[in-house]
Design a protein. Structure first.
Length: 129
């Protein structure tokens, strides 16, 4: 098994398939926090709740990123999760969709993605202490 060595100013985001099976396979042992990305669907909300229960059971910090939302879906999702754990709310944006579909990097700024990056950087600094 290959080990990833991170420098002091780096952190790793492991983007896993949707589901909880990764927590049972040891992915959680090497992580500091768990981010659950919640799309506007009941399946995504149920999965986020299950991940929350599992994160609490293994004593890991967890947070949510609301994804592909508008104001109406944001309000519905905020009623389904602990809103104090939501660190970013990324709006549905055709530009993001197009770049992702084409496998291209974003060539524009998205405020909420910047907010997420800032949160992760601050969390990395806290872990160093």
């Amino acid at each position: 098994m290959e080990v990833i060595e991170l420098k002091d100013d780096e952190f790793l985001i492991a983007d896993t398939d949707a589901g909880i099976e990764h927590l049972g396979r040891g992915v959680d042992k090497g992580c500091d926090i768990i981010l659950a990305v919640i799309d506007p669907s009941q399946e995504s909300v149920r999965l986020a709740k299950k991940i929350t229960e599992m994160a609490k059971a293994i004593n890991k910090s967890f947070y949510y990123v609301l994804n592909k939302i508008d104001e109406e879906t944001k309000e519905v999702l905020l009623k389904s999760v602990d809103k104090n754990k939501v660190i970013a709310s990324i709006s549905e944006d055709k530009r993001i969709f197009k770049n992702c579909l084409n496998g291209e990097e974003l060539d524009f700024k998205v405020k909420e993605i910047g907010k997420l990056a800032d949160f992760l950087e601050e969390n990395r600094k806290k872990e160093e202490k």
